[in-house]
Design a protein around this ligand. Structure first.
Ligand code: FMN
Length: 223
């Protein structure tokens, strides 16, 4: 079996390296360096629903995202997910009109014309739905989107589509479970603190897209 070079994995880890070089030794002592890079990446990894169509995502970029699956956990290591890659040059327009964005912002009628995502990873499964498969799917989406963030791209997970319509439009051999859209996001997005019982719907105000997130106090169950 082909063994991957360690140096390739290191080259992939751009943000972590950047943090180390910027932070220097003293900052590294205060904040454990292995967490700082990941947290920055996770914060950047928001859901974008409007994209700069002047920027063309390449097949190489989508392949780099799919490559992350080799390092992700999978229940029973079944690895049942398969991927169809679509760029502007490989017929991504076949998906336009078949998915919906921003359920909490119906007045915006997203995706906005002229700001649609134009690159997609359609995730299919070789096995029927089940608990392990859905956990695998979540890990996969997050892993691939973190890679997109690491490459300076943005994306969104899309489940709001009709699987039969998408399967037919793309001539897929398997049922699609989920779509990950990728591109250069246009929105300004900020996270705001929320407590248990608050309205958790995202909203827009003065040109900023706000995403309420529960604070750790709300997340951790008391003894
Ligand atoms: C399972 C799942 C399905 C989602 N489906 C859609 C979707 O169909 N359309 C959409 O606009 N966003 C969708 N999203 C994005 C969520 O709305 C988004 O994650 C949430 O608003 C929090 O924002 P954040 O990702 O920036 O933290 C989905 C996210 C997940 C995890």
């Amino acid at each position: 079996m082909k063994k991957e070079l360690y140096s390739q994995e290191m080259a992939d880890n751009y943000l972590e390296k950047k943090f180390e070089s910027m932070a220097g030794k003293s900052a590294a002592r205060k904040a454990p360096r292995q967490y700082a890079g990941l947290e920055a990446l996770l914060k950047k990894n928001r859901s974008y629903r409007e994209y700069d169509t002047a920027y063309k995502v390449t097949l190489n970029q989508l392949e780099a995202m799919v490559r992350m699956n080799r390092y992700l956990a999978s229940g029973r290591n079944a690895q049942s997910l398969r991927f169809r890659l679509l760029t502007k040059d490989s017929g991504s327009d076949r998906l336009q009109g078949l998915y919906h964005l921003g359920r909490a912002l119906p007045e915006l009628n997203l995706p906005r014309k002229g700001a649609e995502p134009e690159a997609f990873i359609v995730i299919c499964s070789t096995v029927p739905p089940g608990r392990n498969l859905y956990i695998d799917l979540g890990i996969c989406c997050e892993g691939m989107l973190l890679k997109a963030a690491d490459m300076g791209l943005q994306g969104v997970i899309i489940c709001n589509f009709n699987a039969d319509e998408v399967k037919k439009a793309l001539d897929l051999p398997l049922d699609p479970l989920c779509i990950v859209a990728v591109g250069k996001g246009l929105e300004k997005i900020e996270i705001v603190d929320a407590a248990e019982g608050d309205d958790l719907n995202y909203y827009r105000k003065d040109g900023i897209h706000y995403v309420p997130k529960l604070t750790p106090e709300s997340l951790i169950l008391p003894e």
